[in-house]
Design a protein around this ligand. Structure first.
Ligand code: TGC
Ligand code: FAD
Length: 397
């Protein structure tokens, strides 16, 4: 019989191409050798090292699905494998990476003018320009359609818009060079996308204070975007997209990535728990891995991880064929985030008191996975998106 591999229980690696396996190998080696040694300190100090994006850029891992502009042009499955490798280390590193690649670069690539793409994408691919994505506001999270940030013609600068409003909980904002901000055009009331360049903003028109003392995702930097009559060139508005379809199209790619990434975090929890359970002895010198209740926890988690990867890979193939409905992405984002969080919380029990020490890594994953279940559409919101698609009736309000 074919031997069972607990690290790849349903043989998902057999469905990958040679190129995808090579990209996964590059990403896994980088993440384990260069990222993992930094994460505990970064998490304790609540610091994100910007150099990480430059290092990933050197390896061709940023904006990897984009064709041209210095990007690798790989498959959606390959980009999922990168995301899984990064989040195996930490969801916060994956956040910084996803916002750069899927939300900021992805948005510019999908909706930006040729001029914007040529100006920004090559430097973003090298990690030399850091991007962020501003949709959420203090009063509007799950319901971004009610946003209050506005854009109107600038009163004194011809050819410029003036943007005012606040975005909050924005990954990368305190260190970003570029801000993809969604705002309502005052003349039409329609949502439009704007690229704001930090170094072009007069003093006092753009502030990006960090949000400190988070109890999850501490290796990622999060902040606000405060705009006070910020002048933005008309050429920096996305020309042909209006309404929520703009930000939600970017979110399709980022949510797809989270479906892969959270399983990477769960796989790390499984590996750590297995190792601990084989070493820790209780009752007559038995390793706790010998006990049935501990084995069940590992069996449940490993099963959910294996199903999660196959579903993400399947949707990735459909995405590249233009056959992935947004609701499929809602389904895998919700399911993989929820199952990763539930299983990580259960596996944490296997560490006993040691679960409380950050040296064991499991508590960090649990705290991070709560955030992944919340951002890019909280799980209940994705349930309602699915409910609407199943019944034809929307239940949001
Ligand atoms: P609704 O009527 O559903 O749709 C409005 C327009 O948008 C279109 N649309 C989509 N287009 C492409 N892809 C999708 N997934 C789409 N979903 C909707 C839709 O066709 C329509 O287009 P049009 O042309 O007819 O106007 O809008 P609604 O206001 O009823 O929305 C409801 C709801 C709940 C689905 C939506 O607001 C929602 O998804 N809320 C969740 C908010 C969210 O996900 N925020 C994410 C912020 S970014 C973030 O968290 C980044 S964290 C990253 C990190 O650190 O890793
Ligand atoms: P709310 O919308 O207030 O929801 C609170 C609760 O109410 C949730 O459980 C929700 O499911 C529930 N709820 C709301 N409406 C309904 C309803 N109709 N029916 C049933 N239940 C409902 N945003 C960005 O734009 N860019 C970023 O880079 C970004 N990064 C983030 C990083 C971190 C660390 C965090 C924590 C958040 C980030 N976010 C970002 C914001 C994130 O997308 C929002 O937090 C999320 O969309 C939820 O919005 P909210 O926090 O306002 O919660």
């Amino acid at each position: 019989p074919v031997p069972f591999d607990w690290k790849d229980p349903l043989g998902s690696n057999n469905t990958l191409t040679e190129d995808e396996l090579a990209i996964a190998e590059t990403a896994e080696s980088y993440c384990q050798e260069r990222m993992l040694p930094r994460v505990l300190d970064a998490y304790r100090k609540e610091e994100f090292d910007k150099k990480i994006l430059e290092e990933m850029g050197e390896l061709g891992l940023l904006g990897a699905t984009i064709q041209g502009y210095g990007c690798a042009g790989v498959s959606s499955v390959a980009s999922g494998l990168i995301t899984r490798a990064v989040e195996r280390v930490d969801s916060g590193y994956r956040s910084g990476y996803s916002v750069q690649s899927a939300l900021a670069m992805g948005g510019i690539e999908e909706f930006g003018s040729e001029e914007l793409k040529e100006k920004f994408l090559p430097k973003m691919a090298q990690g030399k320009l850091v991007g962020c994505f501003g949709l959420t506001e203090p009063n509007h999270g799950s319901d971004p359609g009610s946003m209050e940030t506005t854009a109107k013609p600038h009163p004194s600068k011809k050819g410029y818009f003036s943007l005012s409003g606040s975005k909050t909980w924005i990954t990368n904002s305190p260190i970003a060079d570029l801000f993809l901000v969604w705002a309502k055009l005052e003349s039409t009331g329609k949502i439009r996308g704007f690229v704001i360049e930090r170094d072009q903003c007069p003093p006092g028109t753009l502030e990006t204070p960090p949000i400190k003392n988070k109890n999850g995702l501490r290796a990622s930097i999060t902040g606000m975007i405060q705009l006070d009559e910020c002048p933005v060139p008309e050429a920096n508005m996305f020309p042909d997209i209006e309404g929520l379809r703009g930000p939600f199209s970017c979110l399709n790619s980022a949510r797809y990535g989270i479906a892969w990434g959270t399983i990477g975090a769960l796989e790390d929890c499984i590996a750590r728990t297995r190792e601990y359970a084989l070493e820790r002895k209780q009752f007559k010198g038995n390793p706790i891995a010998k006990y049935q209740l501990v084995q069940k926890k590992l069996a449940d988690a490993t099963t959910d991880a294996a199903y999660g990867i196959l579903a993400a890979a399947h949707v990735g193939r459909l995405k590249d064929d233009g056959k992935a409905a947004p609701e499929m992405i809602s389904m895998i984002k919700r399911q993989n985030c929820d199952r990763a969080l539930v299983n990580a919380r259960v596996l944490q029990e296997v560490f006993g008191g040691n679960a409380v020490s950050d040296e064991y890594g499991i508590g960090r994953h649990v705290a991070n996975l709560f955030v992944t279940q919340t951002y890019e559409g909280q799980s209940d919101i994705h349930a309602l998106i699915l409910g609407r698609a199943i019944t034809g009736i929307q239940a949001f309000c």
